[in-house]
Design a protein around this ligand. Structure first.
Ligand SMILES: O=C(CO)COP(=O)(O)O
Length: 256
């Protein structure tokens, strides 16, 4: 049975005060919650503070980050390495988010390089895939997701997906309040899993596939009721401790 993972992607939001309030509130709101891995990805500036707050709390919040670069050290101004993320206890690292693919022109190949680099350093890639509205309307959703996955599978082997997390995030659903319906998302998740199964049934059975895009406390339960939706990558709703904890609880409840 796959263990659900609910992760908050805080994007470019935060201050020392906000990080303190959010993590303190989340720790309290998650008291007694079991059966779901809960992770947060603050901006890297706040990893140190987040690590300290999490270690003082009682719930096992997993620390993550929103990006990694592809060099280990040296003359790469502005870059962040896997070992630096590890140094602050961050284990679950988001790569290939559509905002980075779009605003930073990250290609499938570059994202795959990041994937390999994270694995090499023992970190968990949270690989985002997903189609634009135009691609969706053109019926290209599954082909786009398969192409984004194949950049990893065909260069690193399908076993590279063992222990990694895939986040299916349709771009048209991100920050729009227009989430995919549970049925729509299930259909694509099943197709993604079937694509992976065409390489290895075992890997496909075990890989966690999160849904992301306007997940809220109000639609989480119906999404998690779907057999191939193993958790969520949450943006806006992850900035509220109670609301985010409610999403995590819905995952724990649905996957009992
Ligand atoms: O991009 C997302 C998570 O990575 C989803 O963002 P929203 O939950 O704000 O739609």
């Amino acid at each position: 049975m796959r263990h659900p993972v609910v992760m908050g992607n805080w994007k470019l939001n935060g201050s020392k005060e906000m990080v303190t309030n959010l993590l303190t509130g989340l720790d309290a709101a998650l008291a007694g919650v079991e059966g779901v891995d809960v992770a947060v990805a603050p901006p890297v500036m706040y990893l140190d503070l987040a690590q300290r707050l999490i270690s003082q709390g009682n719930s096992n919040i997993i620390l993550g980050a929103q990006n990694v670069d592809v060099n280990a050290s040296g003359a790469y101004t502005g870059d962040i390495s896997p070992e630096m993320l590890k140094d602050f206890g961050a284990s679950h690292i988001i790569i290939g988010h559509s905002e980075r693919r779009e605003y930073h022109h990250e290609s499938d190949e570059f994202v795959a390089q990041k994937f390999a680099f994270l694995k090499e350093h023992g970190l968990t890639p949270v690989l985002c895939i997903g189609e634009s509205e135009a691609q969706n309307e053109a019926g290209e959703t599954v082909a786009v997701c398969a192409r984004q996955l194949d950049a990893v599978i065909k260069t690193q082997g399908v076993e590279a997906l063992n222990g990694a997390i895939i986040a299916y995030e349709p771009i048209w659903a991100i920050g729009t309040g227009k989430a995919a319906t549970a049925q729509q998302a299930q259909e694509i998740h099943a197709a993604i899993r079937a694509h992976i199964a065409s390489f290895s049934a075992e890997v496909a059975k075990n890989v966690v596939i999160q849904y992301g895009g306007s997940v809220k406390a109000g639609n989480a339960a119906e999404l998690f009721a779907m057999p191939d939706i193993d958790g969520a990558l949450v943006g806006g709703a992850a900035l509220d401790a109670e609301g985010f904890a409610a999403i995590a609880k819905a995952a724990a409840e649905a996957k009992k």
